[in-house]
Design a protein around this ligand. Structure first.
Ligand code: ARG
Length: 563
């Protein structure tokens, strides 16, 4: 039941519909403090048509409104304050959650529209960085949130598998590489060659010439160049997939940059036909002066394509293949300028989906205060961080609950969940510094804290033999439970807010609030006392468990039943 709508309906009836229900609905407020009621109608909006002071109108309204549906209706100054009937409110909310289960909060706002989500997109032959971790987990969560809001998300891993760096890598591999080594530990050795190349190319400029040659060969389909490139790509993908498996993330497509190679000429042709391409010092560019942006470089003077050329081709391909209502790019905020350029070029091309193009930026991530970089060779491998977190979780479980069955599985869910939650709990644009031990604490704003609240709920349900009830008649006195109930009731709004802002932190923060409210309820209420209300309290606990699990699922975090 929509309580705001109930208030709007009753007010509209009371004023003989001189204002429509919809207009009233829009003006309903939530009073700051709960002793002013749960919802309020400001009578100002009627004073013109009734030619009376709002105070007077409010006073008259409370005699006309059918108050039987509320606990109390009061006129305070120009406001009519509504106190919801706590008992019917809570019984309705809980009954609804138990009926809908994990579908509670679903809506169809997205009307099944396709949304492409460009996410993760690591670079071949390089380790996946913590920045790619952010893109992966933020993108994955946004996909789940959009799906709950009725959209059809398409997760697209735009692998960095093309570009001049492959000329460097091939050069380096042919000079210093060893096939056995690469087979054994591909990313490690490929990075080593790449780093060595960058150390030496300052003194040996001929290295750069060679690299340029090899890239040209690769572009022209030279057999050896293509064979090496394919091999690097394959072994890198195997390593990435291991990480994706640990994170529990999958993709709908892995169309990397190279996929668009045979689609670049069309981009150039379209830009030319539209008179958008101009020559600038031998290169081909699209001018973006009118937007105060630097020109977008489409072809270098030697005819080589660039990152943006492939992105334009990708946007064109997505436009045709999916007709997306949104085309999102979950990429760090350091590429904001670039995505501004890309969007403007697509708009100038009059691409149907250009309006839906949106960069979804996020802040930098540091681990224990250290920045990450590949060229300098100081890299923190994502896999190492994940494994360390799983080990730490395992240690905690060994201390707290040594008898737990399938400890390894739970340690993985807690360890990985802690990292994902730690990433998603603050607004994505914020920079975050990761201190692993902090993310793994069972207290405070952590994933394990939320997981543990649900474990507690599950254990109460087990002890109370909740499965023998059908929860057909829920009735709570709501002294201790009101805060929890109101949070449960607001979940559908939270789901919408997260979707509108493309912001997983809205869900993460909500899950922390709900876990906290529930823990307080648990501390103050004797839930398992055998009296009339027992069944209703178990129904509430079950609702909490359902919503905590669903919130964590929307973040891409697992919910162990025990831990
Ligand atoms: N591979 C790029 C990087 O690691 C990210 C690609 C983002 N997606 C895109 N369509 N440009 O920086």
């Amino acid at each position: 039941m929509n309580y705001k709508l109930l208030v709007a309906t009753e007010v509209a009836k009371a004023v003989d519909n001189i204002l429509s229900e919809e207009d009233i609905y829009k003006k309903i407020e939530r009073p700051k403090s709960s002793d002013m009621g749960d919802l309020a109608f400001p009578a100002f909006m009627l004073s013109k048509s009734l030619k009376k002071a709002p105070q007077e109108i409010a006073g008259e309204l409370i005699n006309k409104i059918d108050t039987s549906k509320f606990e109390k209706v009061e006129a305070v100054g120009p406001y009519v304050n509504f106190f919801l009937d706590k008992n019917s409110f809570s019984s309705e909310v809980i009954t609804n959650v138990l009926k809908e289960e994990n579908n509670y909060g679903n809506n169809s706002d997205g009307e099944n529209g396709n949304v492409t989500i460009d996410m993760s997109s690591p670079n071949i032959a390089k380790p996946m960085s913590m920045g790619h971790l952010r893109s992966t987990v933020i993108g994955n969560s946004i996909a789940k949130i959009l799906e709950k809001n009725g959209y059809n998300p398409i997760k697209d891993n735009h692998l960095g598998d093309w570009g001049t760096q492959f000329g460097k890598l091939i050069t380096a591999y042919l000079k210093w590489g060893n096939e056995e080594d690469v087979r054994r530990d591909p990313i490690h050795y490929l990075v080593e060659y790449y780093v060595k190349f960058h150390k030496l190319d300052k003194e040996q400029p001929e290295l750069d010439d060679e690299a340029r040659d090899w890239f040209k060969k690769l572009e022209n389909g030279n057999e050896e160049a293509v064979r090496l490139w394919k091999w690097f790509r394959e072994v890198s993908l195997e390593a990435f997939n291991e990480t994706y498996k640990t994170l529990g993330v999958d993709f709908d497509t892995y169309n990397g940059e190279a996929f668009y190679n045979d689609k670049l000429q069309e981009v150039v042709d379209i830009l030319k036909d539209d008179n958008l391409l101009v020559e600038s010092r031998g290169a081909q560019v699209v001018n973006l002066d009118e937007y105060d942006l630097n020109p977008a470089l489409i072809l270098k003077s030697d005819g080589a394509s660039l990152y943006i050329t492939r992105d334009i081709a990708a946007a064109l391909y997505r436009d045709r293949t999916y007709k997306p209502v949104k085309n999102l790019y979950v990429v760090g905020s350091e590429q904001t300028y670039y995505f501004n350029q890309l969007k403007k070029v697509l708009e100038k091309m009059n691409l149907d989906s250009a309006k839906g193009v949106e960069h979804v930026p996020f802040g930098l991530i540091t681990v224990d205060g250290k920045k990450l970089s590949t060229r300098s060779g100081r890299i923190i491998l994502l896999n190492d961080v994940l494994n360390e977190s799983i080990d730490l979780a395992k240690k905690q479980i060994d201390e707290k609950n040594p008898e737990l069955p399938n400890k390894d599985e739970v340690a993985k869910e807690v360890g990985v969940g802690a990292i994902i939650f730690g990433d998603l709990k603050s607004e994505r644009i914020n920079n975050i510094d990761f201190v692993l031990e902090d993310q793994l604490k069972f207290e405070g704003e952590t994933g394990p804290y939320v997981q543990y609240a649900r474990v507690r709920a599950e254990s109460i349900l087990k002890k109370g033999h909740a499965d023998k009830y059908n929860f057909s008649d829920v009735s709570l006195d709501n002294k201790q439970s009101w805060a929890t109930i109101k949070l449960i009731q607001s979940f559908p709004d939270i789901v919408k807010e997260a979707s509108e802002n493309l912001e997983p932190s809205v869900i993460a923060k909500y899950s922390l609030r709900l876990a906290k409210a529930f823990n307080k309820y648990y501390a103050n209420e004797r839930i398992l006392d055998d009296n009339d209300e027992l069944e209703s309290r178990l129904a509430l606990v079950k609702s909490v468990s359902i919503i905590l699990k669903e919130s964590l699922r929307l973040l891409g975090v697992k919910s162990p039943d025990e831990m």
